[in-house]
Design a protein around this ligand. Structure first.
Ligand SMILES: Cc1ncc(C[n+]2csc(CCOP(=O)(O)OP(=O)(O)O)c2C)c(N)n1
Ligand SMILES: [Mg+2]
Length: 310
């Protein structure tokens, strides 16, 4: 049975005094991960907002051991930790439950700079949970475009709006034939929590990507973070699903969208509350741009329906 919000453990691993922006989605998502994994866990991070705001000694505000590594080793550092633990347990030098090893890495570190080592770890089916928090930009260094930035979104390197579509990283990871993969949203925290617990209890390589609307980079009031998280799902801009041994199951509103039981909410509403899409409003061909973005979403939905039935 799905967990209710009242059932979530009270444990907090994100401590007070951290330097994250108010309404930071990564920080909230980390709190939920801490509840799912419990105290016996080890985390690997690459340079990112989370490292800068929570992970740096002497101001580290996360109650886990954190290994802060360079981007290119995003996937391989966690593999090394797992192999070391497995060897120590085998030799009897460690006993008890092995800690949950997980990564907490941004979209820049996942989609772009760390991709090679992540792909290799997935292909080896290394026993850890790769978590990507996707704020659709290189936020920490001033909001540059990444492979996860959607078309038309303005960043500091695409001031007129990005001209290319984003990569479909979850599908790319699914094609590594890993035992568990999930997408998640902070508007559906118990769905996210259940997916984290499932990943913890699955052996092999697990990939979870949580959608993380960044108020600073996307230019909206911090109090709107959950509302925007929800609109991304209801408009079809972010699809919620999981795949156990490659079998896709849609979750929450995405399941209803796939079954044709609910209409997509207006994409215009999702765009209009974010400053990064402001140039769409100013464009002479505004209708054309919105129609193109909607058609892309519809095409992705049709593709995923067929992919899930396959
Ligand atoms: C190899 C390398 N290139 C660039 C940087 C500079 N850098 C530090 S954090 C960062 C942004 C990371 O973006 P993302 O992984 O999406 O995390 P976010 O900042 O959005 O939380 C960059 C480019 C670096 N540290 N190392
Ligand atoms: Mg990012």
């Amino acid at each position: 049975m799905a967990t209710s919000i009242k059932d979530l453990p009270r444990d907090e691993v994100v401590m007070k005094g951290h330097g994250a922006c108010a309404g930071c989605p990564s920080t909230l998502a980390l709190r939920i991960a801490g509840k799912a994994f419990g105290p016996n866990a080890v985390c690997v991070m690459t340079p990112s907002c989370t490292v800068a705001s929570l992970g740096l000694i002497p101001k580290a505000a996360y109650d886990y051991p954190i290994l802060n590594v360079c981007f290119a080793t995003a996937g391989s550092s966690a593999s090394g930790i797992v192999y070391a633990y497995e060897s120590l347990y085998k030799k009897g030098k460690l006993t008890g439950e092995m800690p949950t090893v997980f990564t907490w890495i941004g979209d820049g570190g996942t989609y772009d700079i760390g991709l090679q080592a992540i792909s290799a770890a997935a292909e080896r089916n290394d026993n850890y949970i790769f978590i990507c928090y996707n704020n659709e930009a290189y936020s920490n260094t001033g909001v540059q475009r990444s492979g996860a930035t959607p078309k038309f979104a303005a960043t500091t390197t695409t001031p007129q709006g990005k001209m290319e579509d984003k990569k479909n990283m979850p599908l790319l990871m699914l094609d590594h034939q890993i035992p568990y993969l999930a997408t998640a949203s902070l508007a559906y925290p118990t769905d996210f929590y259940d997916k984290l617990v499932k990943a913890k209890n699955t052996r092999g390589f697990k990939y979870i990507e949580v959608f993380a609307p960044c108020c600073t980079g996307w230019k909206f009031p911090s109090s709107d973070m959950i509302r925007i998280s929800r609109m991304a799902v209801t408009s079809g801009a972010w699809l919620l699903y999981e795949a156990e041994n490659g079998k896709i199951k849609f979750n929450g509103p995405t399941a209803k969208i796939m079954e044709g039981k609910v209409e997509l909410s207006p994409l215009e509403d999702y765009f209009s509350c974010q400053g990064r899409f402001a140039s769409i409003n100013r464009a002479a061909n505004k209708e054309e741009i919105i129609a193109e973005a909607k058609n892309k979403i519809l095409a992705d939905i049709e593709f995923m329906k067929k992919r899930a039935a396959f």
